[in-house]
Design a protein around this ligand. Structure first.
Ligand SMILES: N[C@@H](CCC(=O)N[C@@H](CS)C(=O)NCC(=O)O)C(=O)O
Length: 211
């Protein structure tokens, strides 16, 4: 049986999982369900009604992109896994992934605030999300600029590279004023990844929820 990946590719979290699956050569059936419009269909597998949700051959469903990738890494084995198996290399890699996905969380929150609360946005929340997004972009920019290799941790693409690239695309589409010329190293990182076949294949222009 083929695994089922639920969620649209305009989500940076769904996209990072789908790209990793393509790079691992793991087939999946894609259900591009919307978190709002198709919430009931998602709920049949995941009561949180969130994506990505990965339905395994057994029928059990995994959620949270990091946990899904951990499962996939285990499936392909340590030689092919796109993250070190343990030690310092692993926690450092996790740290960049967490900064990227945290940035993604804040960019999604800010988008929901803008589209779902339109005329009654909470300024305090908008300002908080904006500073969190900017703070992480600045840190990632500094750290990426210091890396000499094609990818964050060497010659091979890793989960951190994919997470950062997927989140940057999302931030650029959802909040273009926040991802601008201040971040040349991140821009170059994004362009390098987006030029790879799985990134070009697995992509969807952002369609914000209508509420
Ligand atoms: N930490 C989660 C974040 C997933 C997430 O925020 N997904 C969004 C779509 S981009 C979602 O499901 N939103 C609907 C909701 O949170 O109710 C992960 O890494 O998978």
């Amino acid at each position: 049986m083929t695994m089922i990946l639920i969620g649209q590719f305009d989500s940076p979290f769904v996209r990072r999982v789908a790209i990793a699956m393509r790079l691992y050569g793991i087939d999946f059936e894609h259900r591009p369900w919307s978190t709002f419009g198709d919430a009931d269909r998602i709920a049949a597998y995941n009561p949180l009604r969130r994506v990505p949700t990965l339905v395994l051959d057994s029928g059990e469903a995994l959620l949270e992109s990091a946990m899904i990738l951990d499962y996939l890494d285990d499936r392909v084995g340590p030689e092919r896994a796109m993250m070190a198996r343990g030690g310092e290399a692993r926690w450092k890699h996790h740290r960049i992934c967490a900064l990227a996905t945290g940035l993604g969380d804040k960019a999604v929150s800010l988008l929901y605030e803008r589209v779902l609360r339109r005329d009654r946005q909470l300024e305090l929340w908008v300002e908080r999300c904006t500073s969190q997004i900017t703070g992480v972009l600045e840190m990632l920019e500094r750290e990426r600029a210091a890396v000499q290799t094609p990818y964050w941790y060497g010659e091979r693409i890793g989960h951190a590279d994919i997470a950062v690239a997927c989140v940057l695309r999302f931030v650029g589409e959802a909040h273009p004023a926040l991802f601008d010329a201040r971040y040349p190293a991140l821009k170059a990182h994004s362009e390098r990844c987006e030029a790879l076949p799985p990134f070009m294949e697995i992509v969807q222009p952002l369609e914000p929820p209508k509420g």
